[in-house]
Design a protein. Structure first.
Length: 495
């Protein structure tokens, strides 16, 4: 039941995003309705429209789901929410399943408009009952979504994802029989069309138009569509995630039970390369249970990369990262580790409350838990506001509430107090101290020396190498400095 809840929670969030976004509403509802009406008057005879109109009922959901799905995944990846979801108990399979369920539901909503227009306004005539058309429409939406997720993997931004529609889908439309019967094309063109994904969809809709249950030709076309969907979904599950996969040999997992792990985080000889150069270069360090460890270093020193390694979302070259006795990124850790990225990631088209409830559902918690996390983050007064309308400081707190709602045992915070006023910064640190006192291990990066003094220990890195790891007062004494800032500068320059 829990596994079903995760895709449903993701599907619910995706549908909210779809229908609150103006462009998505136009693509899903408005444009198909207009094209259906225009299509009726493009043909001089009802028979010609019957052939093309039935194909349009399948093409519309396929193309719209391809476009909205590919751009939505790319957008989510760019905003950091895709990575954040994959640090929760939700797996890549759950993520893809959620998008597929959302595609089927959105296609049915679209069909409510296009099928009504086709049959009642445009007088479309087929041998197929409306319920079967709706079923096929949902299948076509899943077909388009599965291909769209695959396309998102090779798109760097939303613009590139959008270009897949004219570049990859429009040529298929010209060859699949929507505008010109395939039987009238040259033999080699006919042969080429048979191998295109959209052709399987077109053949299914054509067979459904001619026969009540489509006959054998519809069965063959459905099998071809199902095969393409299955292959696309397998590929989508492999490419949609940003979770790193290494081929390293890790020690056996330690059963959780009631065991307290000491240290909570252990890193051994960690090496990470990016662009052919080392970002983390042989780091070995441990973080104690229930301690607040400050991660400091100049820009580009590898702080965020080190945090991503601990979360298990960064591909590493060699070494080990062990969290609570398990390899970083292990599925069992997704309930144990909370993550706040920089910049903070939250769904802009959802309210604060909807965001936190979404992540609460992924962790298996309810509305009361979400309300408590919102209260702890100091956002009770703006819980009904859309995240896009919040200040940068409030967005950070919204993302923090999403991390806290899972009740993590290890909390990874990448500059959580950026943009916060002094009063709220003090309140957040009081909350961090309460969490640490209750046994939560916190690793927090910061550029503010005043905050570094609040930490139990400081981990200072430069150029991907640890140059200091000790209590703040001991680091200050070792550097012979009068303050932490002076000690920080002295150690960085000497390192």
């Amino acid at each position: 039941m829990m596994r079903l809840r995760l895709p449903l929670a993701i599907a619910h969030r995706v549908l909210i995003d779809f229908f609150r976004d103006r462009r998505s509403r136009v693509v899903l509802i408005v444009t198909p309705g207009i094209l259906m009406i225009l299509g009726r008057y493009m043909y001089s005879t009802p028979a010609a429209f019957d052939r093309t109109g039935s194909l349009m009922l399948g093409v519309f959901p396929a193309l719209s789901m391809f476009l909205t799905g590919s751009t939505a995944v790319v957008h989510e990846r760019g905003e950091g929410t895709l990575e954040k979801v994959l640090t929760t108990p939700a797996s890549r399979k759950d993520l893809v399943a959620g998008y597929v369920i959302a595609a089927a539901a959105a296609s049915l909503a679209q069909a409510a408009v296009t099928v009504t227009l086709a049959y009642e306004v445009c007088q479309l005539t087929t041998q197929t009952p409306a319920w079967l058309i709706y079923l096929l429409t949902a299948l076509c939406g899943v077909f388009g979504m599965s291909l769209g997720i695959c396309a998102s993997a090779v798109s760097k931004n939303e613009g590139e994802a959008e270009m897949f529609l004219p570049g990859a889908m429009v040529p298929q439309l010209l060859l699949c029989g929507v505008f010109w019967p395939v039987s009238r094309m040259d033999t080699w063109v006919h042969w080429l069309a048979d191998f295109l994904p959209i052709t399987a969809l077109a053949n299914t809709m054509t067979s459904a138009r001619l026969h009540f249950y489509g006959g054998l030709s519809m069965v063959y076309s459905l099998i071809a569509m199902a095969g393409i969907i299955v292959i696309s979904l397998i590929v989508a599950v492999r490419v949609v995630g940003v979770r790193a996969v290494t081929d390293l040999s890790f020690p056996p997992s330690i059963p959780r039970g009631n065991k307290m792990f000491s240290p909570a985080i252990e890193i051994r000889d960690l090496v990470v390369h990016r662009g052919g150069r080392p970002i983390i270069n042989g780091v070995s360090v441990s973080v104690e249970v229930g301690a607040i460890t400050g991660l400091l270093g100049p820009s580009g020193s590898g702080k965020t990369t080190l945090m991503r390694c601990i979360m298990g979302v960064q591909r590493i070259r060699s070494g080990e990262v062990i969290v609570l006795g398990r390899p970083a990124g292990t599925a069992a850790l997704r309930r144990e580790v909370g993550y706040l990225s920089q910049p903070p990631s939250a769904y802009a088209e959802l309210t604060v409350e909807e965001n936190v409830r979404h992540f609460a559902a992924l962790y298996g918690y309810g509305k009361k838990d979400a309300a408590a996390a919102i209260e702890d983050a100091g956002l009770a007064d703006v819980r009904k506001q859309y995240v896009r309308t919040l200040s940068s400081g409030q967005r950070t707190r919204a993302a923090l509430a999403c991390a806290l709602v899972g009740r993590p045992r290890v909390l990874i915070l990448d500059e959580p107090t950026v943009g916060q006023d002094p009063v709220l910064r003090r309140e957040l640190w009081q909350q961090f101290r309460r969490l640490a006192d209750s046994g939560v291990t916190i690793l927090i990066s910061s550029h503010v020396m005043e905050e570094a003094a609040r930490c139990d220990r400081i981990l200072l890195i430069r150029g991907g190498i640890v140059i200091a790891h000790d209590a703040p007062e001991l680091i200050q004494a070792a550097a012979g400095a009068e303050g932490l800032e002076e000690a920080f500068v002295s150690l960085v320059e000497a390192g």
